[in-house]
Write a protein that binds this ligand. Structure first.
Ligand code: ADP
Ligand code: MG
Length: 266
């Protein structure tokens, strides 16, 4: 991909699936790092009170004084008071921790409760090319905030039995947000993760996913490898932890697809 002469305004991508353990956090970190390698300025938003995205980038969520929670709930706080640089040049993090779970409850009584994240991110958009929001495994108010802020959604699907179970509910939620809150929201892609080419089963699941979603499925398929759990322990993306690995190559390929697909509608 060609380098950019100037940066921003950012495309916002929500990494979303209400099922846990499908590769949302792993894909957020590694897609982000691969986009940054291609010279894009990237902001990752940890929008799961578990703080797994923060941990995966070497941050201890328990030690944070301010997080994305404060950015959502406190007027007058600016993003630079919450932003952290990561070890990847060009990639920043809005970290989170368990405090964020209170926002789900507190936002309910706010005016425009679905657009709190969109408001918080707005001043940052000129500085970045991509903002990727790592959603929590639910379709509650936090996730609706992510979908309301986003231009597009990426849905990671584990190549396992029942991968498609629950996807109808997710696409309904996306459609509702589209109708009521964010008419420009697009489903940019279904990302097949944890694919094991040695098993007939993985191949069958992938075939069913392609049958169901056609051109919405990214050509890039993320294989299953222990390298990913290792990177969590190391607190860095696979692109730096194992830069020549198959997993790193896969996320670079995904980044090239995203550069092609996840751009402003003409
Ligand atoms: P989610 O954010 O959807 O809950 P994670 O990205 O945290 O999912 O992944 C769940 C677990 O699976 C983590 O331990 C992660 O390291 C591991 N994992 C993610 N992607 C892969 C993969 N392609 N191959 C093997 N393990 C993976
Ligand atoms: Mg996660």
């Amino acid at each position: 991909p060609a380098p950019l002469a100037e940066h921003g305004p950012a495309q916002i991508i929500a990494m979303c699936n209400q099922k846990g353990g499908v590769g949302k956090t792993t894909s957020t970190i590694n897609l982000g790092a691969a986009l940054a390698e291609y010279g894009r300025r990237v902001l990752l938003v940890d929008f799961d009170p578990q703080g797994a995205l923060s941990v995966g980038l070497g941050v201890n969520p328990m030690e944070l004084d301010v997080t994305v929670y404060n950015l959502l709930m406190e007027r007058g706080l600016t993003a630079d008071e919450v932003l952290l640089k990561t070890a990847v040049p060009g990639m920043d993090l809005l970290p989170s921790n368990i405090d964020l779970s209170a926002a789900e409850v507190q936002l309910v009584s706010e005016v425009a409760r679905e657009s709190a994240l969109a408001r918080a991110l707005k001043p940052l958009l000129p500085d970045y090319d991509y903002v990727i929001i790592d959603c929590q495994p639910s379709l509650g108010l936090l996730t609706v905030n992510a979908l309301t802020a986003a231009h597009s959604v990426i849905v990671p699907l584990e190549c396992e039995f029942f991968a498609l179970r629950g996807v109808a509910l997710l696409t309904e939620t996306i459609e509702k947000v589209c109708e009521r809150l964010n008419p420009d929201l697009r489903l940019d892609g279904i990302l097949a993760t944890m694919y094991d080419s040695r098993t007939v089963h993985s191949r069958e699941v992938l075939a069913r996913v392609v049958e169901a979603f056609g051109e919405h499925v990214f050509h890039t398929v993320i294989g299953r490898t222990v390298r990913f759990p290792e990177t969590t322990v190391a607190g860095e993306p696979i692109t730096t932890y194992a830069t020549n690995s198959v997993g790193a190559a896969a996320y670079r390929q995904l980044a090239r697809e995203v550069l092609d697909r996840c751009r402003p509608a003409e």
